[in-house]
Design a protein around this ligand. Structure first.
Ligand code: MG
Length: 216
């Protein structure tokens, strides 16, 4: 799947997820802040169009929704400084960081990786069209809302991020050279919960995207 901004299209080499970036979500997970961002990778095969019916695994326990602001990298680089970080951003979109929560809980207990819990096929529903960064004066001043079957499940504000987008780009690029088309998922606010077949979802990030979709 490609990501588009205006008439430009981007292949996605990798998706870097950030865990525990909103305090209220850390509390609801009964997790602890780690002092540095928690990173994981989702493969490009996890991408799917968020507006198409979402196909989720039915035999792996709970699949949780995590609504997140997605950052598209336009210019690659390694060891990017915080002050130069925003010059590497092409634009912004909306993603669900779908998580096999039961699988992840077992992995956490056993000290094993989250690869399956976070990286299965279809684990990253995303808007195929992103908004050019020039139309987003402050990506840390956006409201996020997810309704499931008409009820608000997640409501947050990107100003609540513990680690800002420039810091995340700086931190991530110490370990993973960023490439044009890479996507950073910036973490989810509180209110995560399980999805069921037949659920209807309404997801909005102010001035970035608003979509209706459903779970198959
Ligand atoms: Mg997440």
């Amino acid at each position: 799947m490609k990501i588009h901004i205006d008439n430009k299209s981007f292949s996605v080499p990798k998706i870097i997820g950030v865990g525990r970036n909103y305090d209220a979500h850390i509390r609801e997970m009964k997790a602890r802040p780690t002092g540095e961002p928690v990173l994981f990778i989702k493969p490009a095969t996890s991408l799917c169009d968020i507006s198409a019916p979402l196909r989720i695994p039915h035999d792996q326990g709970a699949v949780h929704h995590e609504l997140e602001l997605a950052v598209l990298i336009g210019k690659g680089g390694g060891a990017v400084s915080e002050s130069a970080a925003m010059s590497h951003v092409a634009g912004y979109g909306m993603a669900l960081d779908l998580t096999l929560r039961d699988v992840q809980s077992v992995a956490k207990k056993k000290g094993l990786p989250w690869a399956v819990a976070k990286g299965f096929d279809g684990a990253c529903p995303i808007t195929p069209r992103f908004i050019d960064k020039s139309f987003v004066p402050d990506p840390h001043d956006l409201n996020l809302t997810l309704k499931v079957n008409g009820h608000v499940r997640q409501q947050g504000h990107t100003g609540q991020m513990i680690y800002t987008i420039p810091y995340l780009i700086h931190y991530i690029s110490r370990f993973f050279t960023l490439q044009s088309g890479d996507i950073i998922l910036t973490g989810t606010p509180a209110g995560v919960g399980p999805l069921q077949p037949g659920d209807s979802l309404q997801a909005d990030i102010e001035s970035i995207a608003g979509i209706n979709t459903r779970v198959e």
